[in-house]
Design a binder for this molecule. Sequence first.
Ligand SMILES: [Zn+2]
Length: 410
Amino acid sequence: MEKLFKDIDGLKNYVLELQKNMTCRPAVSPEQGGTGELAKSLYLESELKKLKFDEIFHIDAKDDKAQGGIRPNIIAKYYGKDKEKTLWILAHMDVVPEGDRALWKTDPFELTLDADGDTIYGRGVEDNQQAVSAALAMCKAVMQSGVEIPVNLGVMLLSDEETGNKYGIEYVIKQRPDLFGKNDSFVVQDSGDPEGREVEIAEKNVFWIKFTVEGKQCHGSMPESGNNALYAGAHLLIRLKDGLYAKFDKRDSLFAPDNSTFEPTKKDNNVPNINTIPGTDVFYMDCRVLPSYKAEDFKNTVAEIVKKAEQDFKVKVNWEILHSAVSKATDPNAPIVKLYCEAVKQVHKVEPKVLGVGGGTFAAEVRNLDLAAVVGSKFYSVPHVPNEKSSLTFTLADAKVLAYILMNLK
Ligand SMILES: [Zn+2]
């Protein structure tokens, strides 16, 4: 282990190069105004080919809106002593858009290394390029050392995590369910904390909902001749938020925060001018429900609140769940959880904390196959913000955690 850890420490420049080359290939999905992951995936595949993987192949999903007409998913495998078992490391290639450029101190799509020689800035450096870099650094160290690994080592570099996984993990599971073997273990370094303490084994159930309120458009001076959809929508929004928080108020200390959350988020434009009463109002909510609640109960409650608002405000409301992820929890006694905790102690020198989170990683998809998946990372936890940053030292520490797990998995 000591030798392997030392080898990993020597890979700081390797990680920096990987990060630099990923950051300048913005893999924003077409749904968010980008061109997809093709350029980044070609670069990463060329890097994987420099290592000693036994197999590298693609499971690309068709998407006419993306560059090359595909959303690439790359799978790489390096055989271990026991070929019936694989430690899979899952990471996603796509990034979210940079947002307001004025808030960035540096070019979001050109990597900047801080004067401290460790902190790097750029869109994606943490989410999820730190995980991609940690995985490749670990693979490089293990392969160069020539050490025999106890089980297969698998890496999946996936598309479409930020916009719902349809072209990414969901597609891969559908096409090749055989890759997800019943003896396999999964690590996802896509959520964490600066100490690397958190070991995530469960996620809240996620629902992203679009509400379209239909009233009747009219002139601003004659409200009686129409029906103000914005006004009705505003009431509905408040009823939803207050009503859902009041009804689903259980606390579960495994999770942080320990309650379910129901937040109004996005708002579509309605009318372009001030003197028209809008006939349509569209808003969205991000709901994260503790897994002890049934998804049906949640949906029924939303339906009740909507129905009442329709009656009270004489509007029609269409609501649509645009994305949902309902998942099982991983058993806290699963070997991969125990090993991850041991690795946190060994590498980060802190006491691990097993917990559940608000949700949103693709570990949920794996858990729904009744397979054990752990999510953890030593990182700043600043995904999606302007001036997103990552640490080269943290990345190497994450690589060591992976190496520790790989070498001790039986
Ligand atoms: Zn992510």
